[in-house]
Design a protein around this ligand. Sequence first.
Ligand code: HPA
Ligand code: ZN
Length: 331
Amino acid sequence: MSIPKAELHLHIEGTLEPELAFALAERNGVTLPYASVDDLRAAQAFDDLQSFLDLYYACMAVLRTERDFEDLADAYLRRAAAQGVRHAEIFFDPQAHLSRGVGMGAVVDGLWRALSRSEETHGVSTRLIMCFLRDESAASAMETLELARPYLDRITGIGLDSAEVGHPPVKFREVYEAAAALGLRRVAHAGEEGPAAYITEALDVLGVERVDHGLRCMEDAALVERLVRERIPLTLCPLSNVRLRAVEALEEHPLPAMLDAGLMCTVNSDDPAYFGGYADDNFDAVRDHLGLGEDRLRELARNSFLASFLEDDEERRARYLAEVEAYEFPR
Ligand code: HPA
Ligand code: ZN
């Protein structure tokens, strides 16, 4: 079901398919702690967020050069285009590379080589969002923002990811203030494994404009009412939630209730190489397992463009929105 859509919650490192991981391992003389592609896939049986993060960071060891980041992003954009993605706001985790001796330049310049020709090559417009690892210190986040200064013309915003519980948004107040002063847009993961209170804190303390995941807002009726009133977009990732056991089964996912409550939901793939599907696979999953009809699917696609950071190109947003309205579902 390739309805035109924007992808707003996508970690580029989470698009590293096992086949590419082994190819890059060979190219760079790096040894992965897995014997084969099948072995690596077998390791993708996760219990929770941390068990995923352990594998996610281990596999990143193969990403060493500008060309690796270019190849990674190009492979993602090709797959995304085939799944109806017209615009992608892509997260990257610089600290996970800096700590391995890979410079900010290799990461951003490499990604940018793929992103800057993506419209021409894949028909996908892009933005970059730099995430801070919340289980690292606030000082490390601030140093990372400093290191990114020469690249800010290519970075639209900042985000917050990695292990959530025990690392509340308030820990990053100063770095979010500094980023806002630099004109960067602000998002944060909140309410994936962490409590609804982290969502409120991300809004009040960090000034986020979108909430990544935000699933657990459903435990706080006053917060739901506020998110609806303020039209705060939530970037939901249904297949991720199942694989990381934030929900017991796809059939139990609160997305229909969230839409019924009037929340501005979007559907995204998070880390598609690890969670069993790209953008359309997530749309197909909510159609097939949550009984969402054409009106709801069109609403999700419309929301993705309304929630995207296209304020500098409203003509493009209008064009994409027109494509959503004109889309005919296959019979
Ligand atoms: N949650 C937190 N951190 C992450 C995720 C996620 O889903 N994916 C990559 N880093
Ligand atoms: Zn995520």
